[in-house]
Design a protein around this ligand. Structure first.
Ligand SMILES: *Cc1c(COP(=O)(O)O)cnc(C)c1O
Length: 285
């Protein structure tokens, strides 16, 4: 794989480097292509089918849809029953994933947990299950590859910054770059919840710093200040970030740190379409 570009920028007077993992592919972007590193390297003939599950606007879902499309593997995605509007008028990542051939299996809310728990049972050799968000130990190889790229692109690596959902990406990147400080924020839940998720993967490395945002924000809920920051970033750097994770990371980073840093673009820009629809509905833009 050719390394993704690394560029230098300034935002609100802060100098930083940007690792452009968003540029790998519009569908398979950011930390999702890193987490799927092992599957990307897997020969077509080794598998026939990928199963996964989660929400219908997930960035991991559309990344898997693209991967399976290119590998000519079947992609079966389990999700909770869709609303009538979602079904009649597919939007955003869901729309793109369907276009890439994803087969969606809708499960009744009451049966969802049980259904997901039963997915790993009795899989054949040609079928692989990818857990929600691509979380899990499989993500390690891709984050190690990212660490290697960063080492070849920068002689002196400043603190590294990337937002967390499950925390899988930050966890494995911090492990792979023990000599560097890694900053993250919990975009889903609070610091304690993020630590729990990370502890399920192993010991949290000492060089990983979880910053605590000053305010609590429910995940994926439009916030006027997030839109403003997102827009300023776009104007001042010329780079579009995702609206789900990046604004909270940037806000917290600017408030609580002083150093120059290397921001790892985590992708997810394709999902901005459906987020902007929600921002417009709230008259936030
Ligand atoms: C999935 C995703 C994250 C969260 O990654 P984790 O490894 O689950 O912490 C962050 N930012 C973007 C844009 C994502 O798509």
């Amino acid at each position: 794989m050719t390394p993704t570009p690394l560029s230098a920028h300034e935002f609100k007077g802060r100098k930083f480097f940007l690792k452009r993992d968003d540029l790998y592919n519009p569908f398979l972007s950011g930390n999702k292509f890193r987490k799927l590193h092992t599957l990307i390297q897997t020969p077509k003939s080794s598998l026939k089918r990928i199963l996964s599950y989660g929400g219908t606007q997930s960035n991991a879902m559309v990344a898997l849809a693209k991967l399976c499309h290119d590998k000519e593997w079947e992609f079966v995605y389990y999700t909770k029953k869709l609303s009538k509007t979602q079904k009649e008028n597919p939007q955003g990542n869901y729309f793109h994933a369907l276009g890439l051939g994803m087969k969606c299996v809708e499960v009744e809310h009451a049966l969802y947990k049980e259904c997901i728990a039963s997915l790993p049972i009795g899989l054949d050799n040609a079928t692989q299950l990818v857990h929600q968000g691509g979380a899990g130990l499989e993500a390690q190889a891709g984050m190690e590859a990212l660490a290697m790229e960063i080492r070849t692109q920068l002689l002196e690596i400043p603190p590294i910054v990337l937002p967390s959902g499950t925390g899988t990406s930050a966890f494995f990147l911090a492990h792979a770059l023990k000599e560097c400080k890694v900053y993250t924020v919990p975009a889903v839940g609070d610091v304690a919840y993020l630590r729990l998720q990370m502890e399920a993967l192993g010991d949290i490395p000492k060089n990983l710093y979880i910053l605590e945002p000053k305010k609590k924000y429910p995940f994926a809920k439009p916030q006027k200040e997030f839109f403003t920051l997102w827009q300023e970033l776009k104007t001042q750097t010329g780079v579009e970030f995702d609206l789900l994770y990046a604004p909270l990371m940037w806000q917290t980073l600017l408030e609580q740190t002083k150093e120059e840093f290397l921001y790892v673009h985590s992708g997810g820009v394709l999902g901005n379409d459906s987020m902007l629809t929600r921002y417009r509905a709230k008259k936030f833009c």
